[in-house]
Design a protein around this ligand. Structure first.
Ligand code: NAP
Length: 258
């Protein structure tokens, strides 16, 4: 099978057999693609949704392998996070990897941005990463093993007009990740970020031809990214191929920012 840029999708090696992973916000989009990639490499995956249990269940049943589960998880809500991580331990008996993927946007120019829109975005994108990372770290530190990948954005690196809330949350996650990487390293728990640029998802499907052309003009590799490009970067950072990589942000952006 080829992706949208003509690269073949190689047969996956089952390097994650016996591993358990929770991917937040995996009922659709990039999270679902990450879950699919990790399942195809042998991991058991906890799919999480905020509002759409049916979509999450569909992803669970379509994943390769077996033993996957779906869970309700509001990442910014402490009680919801504690419940979801307890459930994962109950079902899987372990948690080796966490992918903090759930994220939202509420775009507006600064002077028109409501404080509530700032709070909602930082609650999901930054507080949510903090709560889930803390819950996972409790388990991973005990096991003296684990790997965490946080999905940030090129916007957290460059800024973007109309996205001051989103950019602050994603930039905050990068700084958070470095601190956490330093705290957890002595117990062999790693934490890294993947920062996607423009990725083909429902979000980019609605772009007009003109918007798409102007975006492509700015991307050196002259293509939008595929969900599979992000998933491959996540898989690498979780795997033992990256056992000496922590506190890093891996950009998956076609050269848009370097
Ligand atoms: P998406 O299609 O909008 O999916 C978001 C997922 O997060 C859904 O599963 C949703 O669940 C869940 N979710 C939303 N609010 C949540 C909350 N408060 N708590 C827990 N789960 C919540 O997103 P996406 O485009 O795939 O993006 C995924 C990640 O990549 C985000 O962090 C985003 O910032 C980042 N990113 C995306 C792009 C891009 O081009 N798409 C580029 C750079 C970075 P329900 O559907 O059940 O509500």
């Amino acid at each position: 099978m080829n992706d949208s840029q003509g690269y073949s999708q190689d047969q996956m090696t089952p390097r994650f057999i016996g591993r358990a992973v929770l991917v937040t916000g995996s009922s659709r989009g990039i999270g679902a693609g990450i879950a699919r990639r990790l399942a195809s490499e042998g991991a058991r995956v906890a799919i999480t949704y905020a509002s759409n249990p049916d979509a999450a269940q569909k992803i669970v049943t379509s994943l390769p392998g077996s033993g996957h589960i779906s869970l309700h998880l509001q990442v910014g809500d402490e009680t919801s996070v504690e419940k979801a991580f307890s459930k994962v331990l109950e079902e899987f008996g372990r948690l080796d990897f966490l992918v903090n993927n759930a994220g939202i946007t509420k775009d507006q120019l600064l002077l028109r941005m409501k404080a509530d829109d700032f709070d909602r975005v930082t609650e999901a994108n930054l507080r949510g990463v903090f709560l889930c990372t803390r819950a996972a770290a409790k388990i991973m530190l005990k096991a003296r093993f684990g790997s965490i990948v946080n999905i940030t954005s090129v916007v957290g690196q460059t800024g973007n007009p109309g996205q001051s809330n989103y950019a602050a949350s994603k930039g905050g996650v990068e700084a958070f990740t470095k601190s956490v990487a330093l705290e957890l390293a002595s117990r062999q728990v790693r934490a890294n970020c993947v920062a996607p640029g423009f990725i083909v998802t429902e979000m980019t499907d609605v772009l007009s031809d003109q918007q798409r052309r102007s975006i492509l003009d700015r991307i050196p590799l002259k293509a939008l990214g595929d969900v599979s490009d992000v998933a491959a970067a996540v898989s690498f950072l979780l795997s033992s191929d990256a056992k000496y990589v922590t506190g890093h942000t891996l950009s998956v952006n076609g050269g848009l920012y370097m």
